[in-house]
Design a protein around this ligand. Structure first.
Ligand code: ADP
Ligand code: MG
Length: 351
């Protein structure tokens, strides 16, 4: 490096800051590229079908801890997190490719187990594993999956279609995967100091499965079709709902009001958060990896979703001037801040 050359730390930009810094000048060369960087997946057009492509990487020590991650679950999860981004475009996943970098501490049997989990997920979601790449790694295990899906031309749902007044809806419940992780990390610490003590995980099946074996919401995409409901915008919840709502607002040019009292939190998540002296609301807002779908619909569609046990209206979009607001159960209005998950240790709020 030259003496006077400026050096910027990765931390100064954060994950989202880095992505835009690297990619904001990239322009497509092909008319078949309908949507490039910036949504849950890219959209490519070939005739009357749009092709949806997304990729996600899981890195040992960053995204998973081998001490408490069963290999089969890891394989399953590595497929699921990619399919979630395909569903977030309202599309159907069809194929995946899998690339792995393996360090010598892994046996053939261990890698085979990861693949069994992948196959399980592929069969459950009806996708085909059609290729990949295999190489060695000096440190840990890296798994990179690319998923390919399809949708009828012009039917994809982007992050950018929300309008002032649209209802903000989320599937399932929030914060469970994060609390499951807290529990696993606590038991890991106990185990490190007293290896003879058995982990105390009983009665926590729900939050553990949220962390270790998440599912992508294929069923919600099917439900939307059945209800004849097309979201105006959609994203999957991988980084925490606060961060994702802000992505929808930014892409759509809207503000929002999000209500604390509306946030769907499972009783086990709630109680375990309390046991950890954590605020369940903060866990629901900022805990990552729930892999639920977050979408907006026009107010006129309220009757279609009212009373559906899988869907909760958590707020509504406003005009951009009103900003992104969080309204506490007590009624105080504060700016919605996203401390979502970021590989570079920076809050999404700052980047
Ligand atoms: P998600 O959480 O849905 O996986 P990300 O926040 O990882 O989305 O990525 C946001 C957008 O930036 C996506 O369109 C993704 O394809 C793109 N992106 C992320 N990293 C890179 C990169 N290194 N080079 C090019 N595009 C990237
Ligand atoms: Mg996504």
């Amino acid at each position: 490096m030259q003496e006077n050359e400026k050096r910027t730390e990765l931390n100064d930009l954060g994950e989202f800051g880095l992505i835009s810094h690297l990619t904001d000048k990239i322009k497509p060369n092909n008319s078949s590229t309908k949507k490039g960087i910036g949504d849950d997946a890219a959209i490519l057009n070939y005739g009357d079908r749009d092709i949806v492509v997304t990729t996600d990487m899981l890195v040992e020590g960053i995204h998973f801890d081998m001490i408490f991650t069963p290999l089969k679950h890891l394989g399953y999860k590595s497929i699921v997190v990619n399919l979630s981004d395909i569903y977030a475009m309202n599309a159907q996943p069809r194929q995946v490719t899998v690339s792995i970098a393996i360090s010598s501490k892994y046996s053939v049997e261990a890698i085979k187990e990861i693949y069994e989990g992948m196959e399980l997920a592929c069969n459950y979601y009806g996708v085909d594993l059609v290729g990949g790449d295999t190489t060695s790694s000096l440190s840990g295990l890296v798994i990179s999956v690319t998923a390919i899906g399809e949708i009828e031309e012009n039917k994809a749902v982007y992050r950018s279609g929300a309008k002032d007044g649209d209802l903000i809806v989320v599937s399932g419940d929030l914060g469970g995967a994060y609390i499951g992780l807290m529990l696993l990390q606590r038991e890991k610490e106990v185990w490190k100091t007293s290896p003879t003590i058995q982990p105390d995980l009983d009665g926590n099946d729900y939050i553990l499965s949220r962390q270790l074996k998440p599912e992508a919401r294929k069923d919600i995409i099917e439900l939307l079709i059945k209800m004849e409901l097309t979201p105006s915008s959609m994203i999957d919840v991988s980084d925490g709902i606060a961060s994702e709502v802000k992505h929808l607002c930014k892409a759509s040019g809207t503000g929002c009001n999000l209500y604390e009292e509306k946030l769907p939190i499972d009783p086990q998540t709630y109680q375990t958060a309390r046991d950890f002296n954590l605020d369940p609301t903060v866990c629901a807002l900022n805990g990552g990896e729930d892999y639920e779908l977050l979408f907006t619909v026009p107010q006129a569609d309220y009757d279609k979703i009212k009373g559906n046990p899988h869907l909760t209206v958590i707020g509504h979009m406003t005009n951009i001037e009103s900003g992104t607001n969080f309204i506490s159960t007590g009624g105080s209005v504060m700016p919605l801040t996203a401390q979502g998950w970021d590989s570079f240790g920076k809050t999404n709020e700052e980047s």
